[in-house]
Design a protein around this ligand. Structure first.
Ligand code: SF4
Length: 338
């Protein structure tokens, strides 16, 4: 995505870092079994998420980036409890929700919502969009029919749609409008945390900018916290206060956005940054283009997962898993050389 449409805007400074985090994730793992044969015996595992830790403050956006298949979407789904974590801990507003049953999760579901990359596939094509957006209110038994309708109409206006469009069906909207409907639906229950799983990746550049600006405005108004998942560092840069970089199921670097862009410490972050277009052509960036593909998460390389592509790899990297270290306040790196 070209940075030009968004470069004037910075994330708001309203993140409340002193208060208890809205979301706290500790050593989260999700290993999917690989089954084969008539008896469906487990013959291995996909190590989609392999010990991920982070927190998000009120009013803060944490960007989660990495190449496709690195496990970032699985992190979002595990936090939402759409997939069961293998181990680790998820705390939402101070409550441990890792092992709660469906019924126990119900009150916490209101607190966090997800926006998907392709809103069309998550919008029922046979339902008017007003009903889709209002359905969570109905399911949770909130308000009278009239109050629900008024709330949905207000949400439509807030996300840049017209209340009159509530009776239209999903196919009558453009991609950008459908993502606005997805955002309205996510806001229906007044959540504290929104997980955006590649929410703008399928949109045209100019529409991406509009949707990101809308999300930033809503964050300031409602003190929302975002986990913003994307493969594109340029997109994540504009909306995120901090960024976590993921590679093959692990976070390899986490820092505030400015530090990550000006002083990256992990060779993988360096390589990702080399692919981001620089607005000023005279401003040169150290270019170290990544070689090879991401290895399979079924058989991740031992030691540092990145050693098969790292230009600085040494013997130790092939044997020992690098421990995440705080190299400066708030700047965490998992590399033997740091
Ligand atoms: Fe490269 Fe070794 Fe650091 Fe991994 S631990 S990123 S292989 S130098």
């Amino acid at each position: 995505m070209s940075g030009s449409l968004l470069q004037e805007r910075r994330p708001g400074g309203g993140a409340n870092l002193a208060a208890e985090p809205v979301l706290e994730v500790k050593e989260l793992k999700k290993h999917f079994p690989v089954r084969k044969g008539i008896l469906r015996r487990t013959v291995g595992h996909v190590y989609a998420v392999d010990g991920v830790s982070f927190s998000i403050a009120q009013g803060e956006t944490l960007g989660l980036v990495g190449e496709s298949g690195c496990g970032k979407s699985t992190v979002g789904r595990a936090v939402m409890r759409l997939v069961e974590p293998t181990s680790g801990r998820i705390r939402l507003n101070g409550h441990d929700i890792t092992r709660l049953s469906k019924a126990e999760m119900r009150p916490h579901r209101r607190e966090m919502q997800i926006i998907f990359q392709d809103p069309y596939s998550s919008l029922n094509p046979r339902m008017p969009v007003g009903r889709i957006v209002g359905e969570p209110l109905y399911v949770h038994g909130i308000g009278t029919a009239k109050e629900r309708e008024e709330r949905v109409a207000a949400l439509f206006e807030r996300v840049g749609l017209r209340a009159a469009q509530m009776k239209n069906y999903p196919h009558e909207f453009s991609g950008g409008q459908r993502q606005r409907i997805g955002i309205a639906r996510a806001l229906t229950l007044d959540p504290k945390l929104i997980i955006g799983d590649e929410p703008v990746s399928a949109l045209d550049v100019s529409i991406q900018a509009q949707v990101i600006n809308l999300l930033m405005d809503l964050q300031q108004e409602k003190r929302l916290s975002y986990l913003f998942i994307a493969h594109d560092l340029a997109v994540v840069k504009h909306i995120s206060h901090r960024i976590a970089v993921m590679y093959l199921g692990r976070i390899v670097e986490l820092a505030d956005t400015r530090t990550l862009f000006t002083d990256p410490q992990h060779p993988y972050t360096e390589a990702l940054l080399a692919a981001v277009p620089v607005p000023n052509p005279r401003q040169k960036r150290k270019r170290r283009i990544l070689q090879g593909d991401v290895p399979s998460p079924i058989r991740p390389p031992p030691g540092c997962h990145f050693h098969t592509r790292c230009p600085y790899a040494e013997e130790r990297c092939r044997r020992e898993v690098p421990v995440a270290k705080e190299v400066a306040p708030g700047h965490v790196v998992a590399c033997h050389l740091r």
